[in-house]
Design a binder for this molecule. Structure first.
Ligand code: UDP
Ligand code: MG
Length: 324
Protein backbone atom coordinates (compact mmCIF):
# COMPACT_ATOMS: atom_id res chain seq x y z
CA UNK A 1 0.00 0.00 0.00
CA UNK A 2 1.06 3.59 -0.66
CA UNK A 3 0.30 6.21 2.01
CA UNK A 4 0.21 9.89 1.18
CA UNK A 5 0.68 12.20 4.16
CA UNK A 6 -0.54 15.78 3.91
CA UNK A 7 -0.58 18.44 6.67
CA UNK A 8 -3.69 20.61 6.63
CA UNK A 9 -3.99 23.97 8.35
CA UNK A 10 -6.94 26.20 7.39
CA UNK A 11 -7.21 24.83 3.86
CA UNK A 12 -11.03 24.85 3.51
CA UNK A 13 -10.82 26.93 0.31
CA UNK A 14 -8.79 24.41 -1.62
CA UNK A 15 -9.34 21.06 0.04
CA UNK A 16 -11.86 19.79 -2.54
CA UNK A 17 -9.37 20.56 -5.35
CA UNK A 18 -6.57 18.87 -3.44
CA UNK A 19 -8.47 15.67 -2.75
CA UNK A 20 -9.79 15.30 -6.28
CA UNK A 21 -6.26 15.85 -7.65
CA UNK A 22 -4.97 13.11 -5.33
CA UNK A 23 -7.73 10.72 -6.43
CA UNK A 24 -7.04 11.51 -10.12
CA UNK A 25 -3.33 10.83 -9.66
CA UNK A 26 -3.67 7.65 -7.59
CA UNK A 27 -6.58 5.83 -9.22
CA UNK A 28 -4.75 5.02 -12.51
CA UNK A 29 -1.67 3.67 -10.69
CA UNK A 30 -3.58 0.51 -9.70
CA UNK A 31 -1.94 0.66 -6.24
CA UNK A 32 -3.75 0.14 -2.98
CA UNK A 33 -3.53 3.54 -1.28
CA UNK A 34 -4.53 5.71 1.67
CA UNK A 35 -4.23 9.43 2.22
CA UNK A 36 -3.47 10.61 5.75
CA UNK A 37 -4.68 14.18 6.27
CA UNK A 38 -3.26 15.70 9.43
CA UNK A 39 -5.46 18.50 10.72
CA UNK A 40 -3.00 20.78 12.47
CA UNK A 41 -5.45 22.63 14.73
CA UNK A 42 -7.26 24.37 11.85
CA UNK A 43 -9.50 27.24 12.93
CA UNK A 44 -11.71 27.12 9.83
CA UNK A 45 -13.96 24.27 8.72
CA UNK A 46 -11.10 22.06 7.45
CA UNK A 47 -11.74 19.33 10.04
CA UNK A 48 -15.47 19.16 9.25
CA UNK A 49 -14.59 18.95 5.55
CA UNK A 50 -12.10 16.16 6.20
CA UNK A 51 -14.69 14.20 8.19
CA UNK A 52 -17.32 14.68 5.47
CA UNK A 53 -14.93 13.44 2.80
CA UNK A 54 -13.83 10.55 4.97
CA UNK A 55 -17.44 9.39 5.36
CA UNK A 56 -17.56 9.06 1.56
CA UNK A 57 -14.06 7.87 0.76
CA UNK A 58 -12.48 4.88 2.55
CA UNK A 59 -9.01 5.90 1.33
CA UNK A 60 -9.00 8.81 3.80
CA UNK A 61 -7.43 8.67 7.26
CA UNK A 62 -7.85 11.80 9.38
CA UNK A 63 -5.38 12.62 12.14
CA UNK A 64 -6.62 15.47 14.31
CA UNK A 65 -3.90 17.14 16.37
CA UNK A 66 -4.60 18.65 19.79
CA UNK A 67 -3.68 22.17 18.61
CA UNK A 68 -1.66 23.91 15.93
CA UNK A 69 1.83 22.40 16.21
CA UNK A 70 3.28 23.78 13.00
CA UNK A 71 4.24 22.19 9.70
CA UNK A 72 6.95 19.84 11.03
CA UNK A 73 4.84 18.72 14.01
CA UNK A 74 1.96 17.85 11.69
CA UNK A 75 4.22 15.97 9.28
CA UNK A 76 5.88 13.99 12.06
CA UNK A 77 2.50 12.88 13.43
CA UNK A 78 1.25 11.86 9.96
CA UNK A 79 4.35 9.83 9.15
CA UNK A 80 3.92 7.84 12.36
CA UNK A 81 0.30 7.01 11.55
CA UNK A 82 0.86 6.11 7.86
CA UNK A 83 0.82 2.35 7.37
CA UNK A 84 1.92 2.11 3.73
CA UNK A 85 4.82 0.08 2.37
CA UNK A 86 5.76 3.38 0.78
CA UNK A 87 4.92 6.79 2.22
CA UNK A 88 4.67 9.95 0.14
CA UNK A 89 4.88 13.29 1.90
CA UNK A 90 3.55 16.48 0.33
CA UNK A 91 2.06 19.88 1.13
CA UNK A 92 -1.67 20.46 0.90
CA UNK A 93 -1.72 23.58 -1.27
CA UNK A 94 -0.95 21.77 -4.56
CA UNK A 95 2.46 23.43 -4.81
CA UNK A 96 3.67 19.84 -4.87
CA UNK A 97 1.77 18.57 -7.94
CA UNK A 98 0.03 15.19 -7.45
CA UNK A 99 0.73 14.44 -11.13
CA UNK A 100 4.29 13.53 -9.97
CA UNK A 101 3.02 10.75 -7.66
CA UNK A 102 2.90 8.03 -10.37
CA UNK A 103 6.54 8.83 -11.33
CA UNK A 104 7.62 8.43 -7.70
CA UNK A 105 5.76 5.15 -7.38
CA UNK A 106 7.42 3.91 -10.59
CA UNK A 107 10.86 4.67 -9.15
CA UNK A 108 9.91 2.85 -5.94
CA UNK A 109 8.70 -0.16 -7.92
CA UNK A 110 12.06 -0.13 -9.75
CA UNK A 111 13.83 -0.50 -6.39
CA UNK A 112 14.40 3.01 -5.02
CA UNK A 113 13.81 3.26 -1.29
CA UNK A 114 13.79 7.05 -1.19
CA UNK A 115 12.55 9.19 -4.05
CA UNK A 116 13.34 12.88 -3.68
CA UNK A 117 11.34 15.36 -5.71
CA UNK A 118 13.68 18.12 -6.86
CA UNK A 119 12.34 21.42 -8.18
CA UNK A 120 13.33 22.13 -11.75
CA UNK A 121 11.58 25.48 -11.54
CA UNK A 122 9.52 27.31 -8.98
CA UNK A 123 6.53 29.61 -9.40
CA UNK A 124 6.31 31.85 -6.36
CA UNK A 125 4.10 34.91 -6.27
CA UNK A 126 5.65 36.10 -2.99
CA UNK A 127 8.58 38.10 -4.37
CA UNK A 128 10.73 38.12 -1.23
CA UNK A 129 10.48 34.35 -0.85
CA UNK A 130 11.17 33.84 -4.55
CA UNK A 131 14.45 35.70 -3.97
CA UNK A 132 15.38 34.05 -0.67
CA UNK A 133 14.67 30.37 -1.51
CA UNK A 134 17.39 29.87 -4.16
CA UNK A 135 19.90 31.86 -2.10
CA UNK A 136 19.20 29.70 0.94
CA UNK A 137 19.58 26.49 -1.04
CA UNK A 138 22.94 27.63 -2.48
CA UNK A 139 24.16 28.67 0.97
CA UNK A 140 22.92 25.47 2.60
CA UNK A 141 24.53 23.37 -0.14
CA UNK A 142 27.88 25.00 0.69
CA UNK A 143 27.44 24.76 4.46
CA UNK A 144 26.16 21.22 4.86
CA UNK A 145 28.66 18.61 6.08
CA UNK A 146 26.62 15.86 4.44
CA UNK A 147 25.51 15.90 0.75
CA UNK A 148 21.83 16.82 0.71
CA UNK A 149 20.04 17.40 -2.62
CA UNK A 150 19.33 21.11 -2.92
CA UNK A 151 16.08 22.55 -4.28
CA UNK A 152 14.18 19.78 -2.53
CA UNK A 153 11.57 20.22 0.17
CA UNK A 154 9.49 17.66 2.01
CA UNK A 155 7.97 16.32 -1.22
CA UNK A 156 9.15 12.76 -1.78
CA UNK A 157 8.60 9.05 -1.17
CA UNK A 158 10.12 6.73 1.43
CA UNK A 159 9.76 2.97 1.59
CA UNK A 160 8.88 1.28 4.88
CA UNK A 161 12.48 0.67 5.90
CA UNK A 162 13.58 4.25 5.24
CA UNK A 163 10.40 5.54 6.88
CA UNK A 164 11.00 3.50 10.04
CA UNK A 165 14.56 4.83 10.19
CA UNK A 166 13.38 8.43 9.91
CA UNK A 167 10.60 7.86 12.46
CA UNK A 168 13.09 6.40 14.91
CA UNK A 169 15.17 9.59 14.99
CA UNK A 170 14.68 11.39 18.28
CA UNK A 171 15.72 14.92 17.40
CA UNK A 172 13.18 17.68 17.86
CA UNK A 173 14.56 20.38 15.55
CA UNK A 174 13.93 18.57 12.31
CA UNK A 175 15.02 19.59 8.86
CA UNK A 176 13.16 16.92 6.95
CA UNK A 177 14.96 17.01 3.57
CA UNK A 178 18.23 16.70 5.49
CA UNK A 179 17.11 13.70 7.55
CA UNK A 180 15.74 11.99 4.45
CA UNK A 181 19.10 12.30 2.72
CA UNK A 182 21.05 11.46 5.88
CA UNK A 183 19.47 8.00 6.43
CA UNK A 184 20.92 6.84 3.11
CA UNK A 185 19.36 3.78 1.33
CA UNK A 186 18.82 3.47 -2.42
CA UNK A 187 17.92 6.90 -3.73
CA UNK A 188 16.28 8.22 -6.87
CA UNK A 189 15.31 11.72 -7.95
CA UNK A 190 12.29 12.91 -9.90
CA UNK A 191 12.18 16.46 -11.23
CA UNK A 192 9.09 18.65 -11.14
CA UNK A 193 7.99 22.21 -11.71
CA UNK A 194 6.78 23.72 -8.47
CA UNK A 195 3.47 25.46 -8.90
CA UNK A 196 2.21 28.49 -7.02
CA UNK A 197 -0.28 28.00 -4.19
CA UNK A 198 -3.66 27.37 -5.85
CA UNK A 199 -5.68 29.36 -3.33
CA UNK A 200 -5.73 30.79 0.15
CA UNK A 201 -2.76 32.36 1.90
CA UNK A 202 0.66 30.84 2.67
CA UNK A 203 0.40 29.49 6.21
CA UNK A 204 4.01 29.53 7.35
CA UNK A 205 5.15 32.70 9.11
CA UNK A 206 8.43 34.35 8.19
CA UNK A 207 9.86 33.56 11.62
CA UNK A 208 8.97 29.87 11.34
CA UNK A 209 10.88 29.80 8.03
CA UNK A 210 13.88 31.47 9.68
CA UNK A 211 13.77 28.83 12.41
CA UNK A 212 13.58 26.08 9.78
CA UNK A 213 16.62 27.55 8.00
CA UNK A 214 18.54 27.51 11.30
CA UNK A 215 17.36 23.92 11.95
CA UNK A 216 18.77 22.99 8.55
CA UNK A 217 22.16 24.58 9.08
CA UNK A 218 22.61 23.73 12.77
CA UNK A 219 21.63 20.08 12.39
CA UNK A 220 23.74 19.35 9.33
CA UNK A 221 26.78 21.56 9.69
CA UNK A 222 29.60 22.05 12.16
CA UNK A 223 30.86 25.01 10.17
CA UNK A 224 29.13 27.81 12.15
CA UNK A 225 30.75 26.45 15.32
CA UNK A 226 34.14 26.69 13.68
CA UNK A 227 33.84 30.24 12.36
CA UNK A 228 35.05 31.67 15.71
CA UNK A 229 38.16 29.51 15.84
CA UNK A 230 38.99 30.29 12.20
CA UNK A 231 38.72 34.06 12.92
CA UNK A 232 40.90 33.49 15.99
CA UNK A 233 43.62 31.90 13.89
CA UNK A 234 43.42 34.83 11.47
CA UNK A 235 43.79 37.34 14.35
CA UNK A 236 46.79 35.45 15.72
CA UNK A 237 48.40 35.45 12.26
CA UNK A 238 47.95 39.24 12.04
CA UNK A 239 49.38 39.62 15.58
CA UNK A 240 52.36 37.48 14.57
CA UNK A 241 52.90 39.70 11.47
CA UNK A 242 52.88 42.80 13.68
CA UNK A 243 55.26 41.05 16.08
CA UNK A 244 57.69 40.38 13.21
CA UNK A 245 57.44 44.03 12.15
CA UNK A 246 58.21 45.19 15.71
CA UNK A 247 61.17 42.81 15.96
CA UNK A 248 62.55 43.97 12.62
CA UNK A 249 62.12 47.61 13.70
CA UNK A 250 63.92 46.92 16.96
CA UNK A 251 66.83 45.15 15.24
CA UNK A 252 67.04 47.67 12.38
CA UNK A 253 66.52 50.56 14.76
CA UNK A 254 63.54 51.95 12.78
CA UNK A 255 60.87 53.93 14.43
CA UNK A 256 57.34 52.54 14.46
CA UNK A 257 54.08 54.17 15.40
CA UNK A 258 53.22 54.06 19.08
CA UNK A 259 49.97 52.34 18.15
CA UNK A 260 51.63 49.35 16.44
CA UNK A 261 52.38 47.28 19.59
CA UNK A 262 48.96 48.23 20.96
CA UNK A 263 47.20 46.97 17.84
CA UNK A 264 49.38 43.85 17.85
CA UNK A 265 48.42 43.12 21.47
CA UNK A 266 44.76 43.66 20.61
CA UNK A 267 44.86 41.13 17.77
CA UNK A 268 46.77 38.70 19.96
CA UNK A 269 44.23 38.82 22.81
CA UNK A 270 41.23 38.72 20.45
CA UNK A 271 42.74 35.73 18.64
CA UNK A 272 43.38 33.92 21.89
CA UNK A 273 39.81 34.54 23.07
CA UNK A 274 38.28 33.36 19.81
CA UNK A 275 40.33 30.19 19.79
CA UNK A 276 39.21 29.47 23.37
CA UNK A 277 35.62 30.04 22.23
CA UNK A 278 36.27 27.70 19.32
CA UNK A 279 37.42 25.02 21.78
CA UNK A 280 34.20 25.44 23.79
CA UNK A 281 32.24 25.27 20.52
CA UNK A 282 33.82 21.92 19.68
CA UNK A 283 32.55 20.53 22.98
CA UNK A 284 29.12 22.11 22.44
CA UNK A 285 28.95 20.43 19.02
CA UNK A 286 29.77 17.09 20.55
CA UNK A 287 27.19 17.57 23.32
CA UNK A 288 24.62 18.37 20.62
CA UNK A 289 25.54 15.16 18.81
CA UNK A 290 25.24 13.13 22.01
CA UNK A 291 21.86 14.50 23.12
CA UNK A 292 20.37 14.08 19.65
CA UNK A 293 21.21 10.40 19.83
CA UNK A 294 21.38 9.89 16.09
CA UNK A 295 22.39 6.31 15.39
CA UNK A 296 26.01 5.84 14.33
CA UNK A 297 24.91 3.76 11.34
CA UNK A 298 21.84 2.19 9.80
CA UNK A 299 21.79 -1.28 8.28
CA UNK A 300 20.05 -1.85 4.98
CA UNK A 301 20.54 -5.60 4.91
CA UNK A 302 22.76 -8.27 6.39
CA UNK A 303 23.87 -10.77 3.78
CA UNK A 304 24.55 -14.06 5.55
CA UNK A 305 25.08 -17.34 3.79
CA UNK A 306 22.77 -19.95 5.29
CA UNK A 307 25.61 -22.49 5.13
CA UNK A 308 29.32 -21.85 5.30
CA UNK A 309 30.35 -19.20 7.77
CA UNK A 310 27.20 -18.86 9.87
CA UNK A 311 27.50 -18.97 13.66
CA UNK A 312 26.25 -22.55 13.92
CA UNK A 313 28.75 -23.76 11.36
CA UNK A 314 31.54 -21.89 13.05
CA UNK A 315 30.85 -23.66 16.36
CA UNK A 316 30.61 -26.93 14.45
CA UNK A 317 33.97 -26.11 12.92
CA UNK A 318 35.41 -25.51 16.41
CA UNK A 319 33.97 -28.86 17.57
CA UNK A 320 35.61 -30.56 14.59
CA UNK A 321 38.94 -28.97 15.52
CA UNK A 322 38.61 -30.22 19.12
CA UNK A 323 37.98 -33.75 17.88
CA UNK A 324 40.94 -33.47 15.55
N1 UDP B 1 0.63 23.78 7.59
C1 UDP B 1 0.40 23.10 8.76
N2 UDP B 1 0.58 23.75 9.94
C2 UDP B 1 1.00 25.06 10.00
C3 UDP B 1 1.26 25.71 8.78
C4 UDP B 1 1.08 25.04 7.59
O1 UDP B 1 0.03 21.93 8.76
O2 UDP B 1 1.12 25.60 11.09
C5 UDP B 1 0.43 23.04 6.31
C6 UDP B 1 -0.37 23.80 5.24
O3 UDP B 1 -1.75 23.55 5.37
C7 UDP B 1 0.20 23.24 3.96
C8 UDP B 1 1.63 22.93 4.32
O4 UDP B 1 1.69 22.85 5.75
O5 UDP B 1 -0.43 22.03 3.59
C9 UDP B 1 2.61 23.98 3.83
O6 UDP B 1 2.20 25.26 4.22
P1 UDP B 1 2.19 26.48 3.21
O7 UDP B 1 1.77 26.02 1.88
O8 UDP B 1 1.42 27.59 3.79
O9 UDP B 1 3.70 26.82 3.19
P2 UDP B 1 4.43 27.70 2.10
O10 UDP B 1 3.93 27.32 0.77
O11 UDP B 1 4.08 29.09 2.48
O12 UDP B 1 5.85 27.35 2.30
MG1 MG C 1 2.89 26.07 0.12
Amino acid sequence: MVSIVIPIYNEEEIFHLLHSAIVDAMQPTGEDWEVVYVNDGSKDSSLELLMQYQAKDPHIVVVDLSRNWGHMGAITAGLKVAEGDAVILMDGDLQDPPSVLPDMIKEWRKGAQIVTAVRRSRKESRKLLALIFPLFHKFFGAMSDYPIPINAGIFGLMDRQAMDSINSLQEGNRYFPGLRAWVGYKNAIVYYDRADRIGGEGKLSFMSRVKYAFDAICSFSYKPLRIGAACGVLCLAIAAGIGVELLAAWIGNWSVSLYTPLIGAMFFLAGLQMICMGAVAEYVGRIYDEVRRRPLSLIRQVHRRSSGYGFQNRTQHEEDLKVA
